[in-house]
Design a protein around this ligand. Structure first.
Ligand code: FMN
Length: 371
């Protein structure tokens, strides 16, 4: 570890909330909920271990409806049981001084009909399948059908309702998942959107679904409790766009024009080596998006492989820094970063399996020392 961690430990504002430091738990799908998408005691324990006084926790991708295509063990926030389950998780985080946003998610084509409540064909912007094997079915991805405009409008309302449900569960806010090749991203990228109606073609049209979802969610729970996650450089799930700077530049400009008081916008760095064929990209950058936005900005990706970058990028940009895999393996990562303590290594084999192993059994540094 090198350099000063001073900036990382400066307070920051997220919507109406005061953070005491800038290290954020990235949203991480861990699939430890029950078969009805309800977070369990174990899920509470996992988040509690990662909560710090004044720290921001982003919970995992959470289905907005029975049609969202939740993977087995993943959560939803659309049934009473799910809302009750989340209440306990949120309470535990609040009791330990944390601030917590729920990440609202619809898989679009990145799931299987088997994971939809009514087992109906999956849908997306266009009838184009991901050319890969789905890790959750072990089979090739199914071919989706193109959504109708009525279905798009319905999903917009599902996000708004899920946001209200998240607030009812006690969450401090929601993050709309517009990244990593899930439904909203499938509309944004030219590699997956071949529509000829008002949701396809021009950048304005491809951004429309995300912007309508954001507007409806803001209308439902208030602008300061809403955030958006985006990933212009992700190649995961066949994402590619012909004009990334123009496309996401337009999205950021419109978000700023329409909702300048969003809690934050959250971008994934191009140098992230997770789900990317090209590693350590030093050409592409998030700087134009940072500059356009000007408000609270979370930078994610790359801080697991190079934890020292957290302090460096925070010093340079003042951004909040979200950490994924290293936060899985180091529940006390905030303490470790502050004190220059080396990190435990994560175990990829236990990212998505049920149970406590690789979930709640990573040791804090003090426990390691005692052991
Ligand atoms: C096991 C695992 C689950 C993930 N689940 C989500 C998710 O639910 N939502 C999301 O936006 N990103 C998800 N991501 C991406 C992370 O939020 C993060 O952007 C990525 O891991 C890069 O950060 P890192 O280099 O610190 O790990 C996931 C990543 C991993 C490794």
């Amino acid at each position: 570890m090198s350099g000063s961690t001073a900036a990382l430990f400066q307070p920051a504002k997220v919507g109406p909330y005061e953070l005491k430091h800038r290290v954020v738990l990235a949203p991480l799908t861990r699939l430890r909920c029950d078969s009805e998408g309800v977070p369990t005691e174990l899920v509470s324990e996992y988040y509690k271990q990662r909560t710090t006084e004044g720290g921001l926790i982003l919970t995992e991708a959470t289905g907005v409806s029975g049609g969202a295509g939740i993977y087995p063990g993943g959560p939803g926030v659309f049934t009473d049981k799910q809302i009750e389950g989340w209440k306990k998780v949120v309470q535990t985080i609040h009791d330990n001084g944390g601030i917590v946003f729920s990440q609202l998610w619809h898989a679009g084509r990145a799931t299987s009909k088997d994971f939809k409540e009514d087992k109906s064909q999956i849908f997306s912007a266009s009838a184009v399948a991901i050319k890969d094997t789905c890790v959750f079915t072990g089979k090739l991805y199914e071919e989706p059908r193109a959504m109708t405009v009525e279905e798009i409008q319905q999903v917009v309302q599902e996000f708004a309702q899920a946001a209200k449900n998240a607030i009812a569960a006690g969450f401090d806010g929601v993050e709309i998942h517009g990244a990593n090749g899930y439904l909203l991203d499938q509309f944004i990228n030219t590699s997956s959107n071949f529509r000829t109606d008002e949701y396809g073609g021009s950048i304005e049209n491809r951004a429309r679904f995300l912007l309508e979802t954001t507007a409806a969610t803001v209308e439902a729970i208030g602008v300061e409790r809403v955030a958006v996650r985006l990933s212009p450089w992700s190649e995961f799930q066949d994402m590619e766009d012909e004009t990334p700077y123009e496309t996401w530049g337009y999205i950021v400009s419109e978000l700023k024009k329409r909702h300048p008081k969003l809690a934050y916008i959250h971008f994934i760095e191009p140098r992230d080596d997770y789900g990317r064929k090209t590693q350590n990209d030093t050409v592409n950058t998030l700087d134009p998006f940072r500059e356009k936005w000007g408000g609270q900005f979370i930078s994610a990706g790359g801080y697991t492989t190079k934890p020292e970058l957290a302090a460096e990028i925070c010093e340079q940009t003042g951004n909040l820094i979200a950490i994924g895999r290293a936060f899985i393996a180091n529940p006390d990562i905030v303490y470790r970063l502050k004190n220059g303590i080396p990190m435990n290594k994560y175990d990829r084999n236990t990212f998505y399996c049920p149970g406590a192993a690789g979930y709640t059994d990573y040791k804090k540094y003090d426990e390691d020392v005692k052991a």
